[in-house]
Write a protein that binds this ligand. Structure first.
Ligand code: 13P
Length: 252
């Protein structure tokens, strides 16, 4: 089963609109064809409209880093999935460990967000991943499996086949301490096996699973060589144009 790789930068709460514009100008002519790889930037919501204008007629896609699960209403400070869809946002990252830890998002919230994103015609990138404590206790597969099952609850098989799951061990995020190739493969396969158990093998063969956590130009090729790793979700190494482009060299 061949799945198209998907490399997504997650800028987190970094860059001004002007810096984002400069970045897009610097990379846009060197992004490989969408036929080979999906290349995505997870932009802060404040300048997503400018990002969408900047990437017009390029191979770059734009993700939001979060959204709420209601379309409109009295939810001060939240970002509406309907508004993101009206801006033609392609993907929405949900369930990032920073959102779970700092903003107390639950598996149930993440599941509601996944439904709202599909309702609005966008594609979720759903993050999962265990803490160091859970990893060291040998409970990573069980913990991450439960996160994935809960996030996908009551979605259709077609929806699950089309979405992206990002396995990001919390202990590897922003620490420079990336998972070994074996751990990344084992965990991405475990994530796929949960999809197989819940939705069938055909769906599991289609869903794309990314590894994230201290991915850099120097180590991305070893992850991309794993049979169950279909891409990467990259924080720090996605911020500079040269480094972002170097992440895509594995396609050549
Ligand atoms: P780093 O690549 O900076 O470790 O961040 C990973 C991440 O959290 C992407 O969502």
């Amino acid at each position: 089963m061949s799945r198209k790789p998907i490399i997504a930068g997650n800028w987190k709460m970094n860059k001004t609109a002007a810096e984002a514009r400069e970045f897009v100008e610097a990379v846009k002519l060197n992004i490989p064809s969408n036929e080979l790889v999906d290349t995505v930037i997870g932009s802060p919501a404040l300048f997503i409209e400018g990002m969408k204008k900047g990437v017009r007629n390029t191979e770059l896609k734009v993700a939001a880093q979060n959204c709420y699960f209601e379309d409109f209403g009295a939810f001060t400070g939240e970002n509406s999935p309907a508004t993101l869809a009206a801006l033609e946002v392609d993907y929405v990252i949900i369930g990032h460990s920073e959102r779970r830890d700092y903003f107390h998002e639950t598996d149930e919230d993440i599941n509601k967000k996944a439904h709202a994103i599909f309702k609005n015609g966008m594609t979720p990138i759903i993050c999962c991943g265990e803490s160091l404590e859970t990893y060291e206790a040998g409970k990573a597969e069980e913990f991450v499996g439960a996160q994935v099952s809960a996030a996908l609850k009551d979605l259709t098989a077609d929806q699950v086949a089309s979405l992206v799951l990002a396995y990001e061990p919390i202990w590897a995020i922003g620490t420079g301490k990336s998972a070994t190739q074996d751990d990344a493969q084992k965990m991405c396969k475990a994530v796929r096996d949960v999809v197989a158990a819940d939705f069938g093998q055909e769906v599991a063969d289609k869903v794309r699973v990314q590894y994230g956590g201290s991915v850099k130009p120097e180590n991305i090729a070893e992850y991309m060589a794993c049979p169950d790793v279909d891409g990467a979700l990259v924080g720090g190494a996605s911020l500079e144009a040269d480094s972002f482009l170097a992440l895509l060299d594995f396609v050549k």
